[in-house]
Design a protein around this ligand. Structure first.
Ligand SMILES: [Zn+2]
Length: 349
């Protein structure tokens, strides 16, 4: 790796400075030299910079009298020893906040939380960066936050997440014939368990679109088959196709409550996929019968996209930070509403 020097001029950004510095120190690229130029900031910025320098030895801080941004950058350049130089303005930060908002929502209700990442998200951000984002958000949280990989068909990616620190992975070979589903899931279960990572498997076919996984027709699971799958594949949680679907529902889904009830009496936790769009009453009943983990993804994505659209179309001018804050708060409210149902605090919307 070649060292990268990051120069951060700081002036009157007390409110945003921690976010900015966190987003730099938690970068997955570790070989950094971080030079902070406190450009005579009259607020508490100087003290925050010193605090970060104490906890991360890659950081050095220069306090100088105020001369403006260009002079501050030039002062930083004089100290650079890295091969590359990156300027970061201290009111910027990376996408750490969405996860933090979800953690906050769970804290306010007092329930534990599973943050789930799709295989595509891991491919986009990189496993280590995603792990760091979630880990930063859960440090100091008053609740437990687990990190889970959803619907993964790629064994190498599943192993990478298990090695990087995910608490659990879902390997989905439900599209394969029964025996092959068992064999592949079992192979991954052995790998996961050797690293103290939990594993979820799927049986039957849940219809709808989940990233690049498209299933037109649902194939319901049955009780005996599901139990044989659980025992032989050695999984810790099972997602049976019960008539729920991924994405948006067209019409009222026909759910196999009887299967959930039977499986709910067994010891392996039952996972309900395709939670987005189910009514609060349906959730409540599924959980009473034995559903132990509910997956919602479309609802969260829609909260994010709808708020973004609303703000853009409002014609108002927003700076990036207030814009992001509004969007993140909309996501937080949606997460909170769902968690209240899942934890039995409310039974209808
Ligand atoms: Zn799913």
């Amino acid at each position: 790796m070649s060292k990268v020097s990051v120069i951060i001029p700081v002036y009157k950004v007390e409110k945003y400075l921690r976010k900015c510095l966190d987003s730099v120190i938690y970068q997955t690229y570790r070989d950094l030299e971080i030079i902070i130029i406190d450009d005579g900031s009259p607020d508490g910025c100087g003290a925050i910079c010193d605090e970060y320098a104490r906890k991360d030895d890659r950081i050095s801080v220069i306090h100088k009298k105020n001369e403006g941004l260009c002079a501050a950058r030039n002062d930083g350049l004089k100290l650079v020893s890295g091969k590359w130089v990156l300027f970061v303005d201290s009111d910027d930060w990376c996408e750490l906040d969405l996860v933090q908002k979800a953690v906050k929502a769970a804290e306010e209700i007092g329930v534990n939380l599973i943050i789930q990442t799709s295989a595509g998200t891991v491919e986009h951000f990189g496993a280590q960066k995603l792990y760091d984002i979630v880990d930063a958000a859960r440090k100091g949280a008053k609740i437990e936050v687990a990190l889970h990989l959803d619907h993964c068909r790629n064994k190498e990616l599943g192993k990478l997440c298990a090695d990087t620190g995910w608490d659990s992975i879902m390997m989905d070979f439900s599209h394969l014939p029964f025996e092959e589903n068992i064999a592949n899931t079992r192979e991954m279960a052995e790998y996961a368990h050797s690293r103290n990572v939990a594993i979820e498997g799927e049986i039957g076919v849940i219809s709808g679109v989940e990233e690049d996984i498209v299933s037109d027709e649902a194939v319901g699971a049955d009780f005996e088959e599901t139990m044989e799958f659980v025992e032989r594949s050695q999984i810790d949680a099972v997602a049976p196709a019960i008539g729920t679907a991924h994405g948006i529902y067209h019409g009222v889904p026909k759910i196999n409550f009887e299967l959930v009830e039977k499986l709910g009496k067994e010891k392996t936790p039952v996972v309900i996929h395709g939670g987005s769009g189910l009514s609060a009453e349906t959730f409540t009943r599924l959980i009473e019968l034995g559903g132990r983990k509910v997956n919602i993804s479309t609802l969260v994505k829609n909260a994010y996209l709808d708020k973004t659209k609303e703000l853009v179309l409002s014609g108002e001018k927003f700076a990036p930070i207030p814009f992001d804050t509004e969007v993140e708060n909309a996501v937080k409210e949606e997460v909170k509403k769902q968690l209240e149902v899942f934890s039995g605090k409310i039974t209808s919307f």
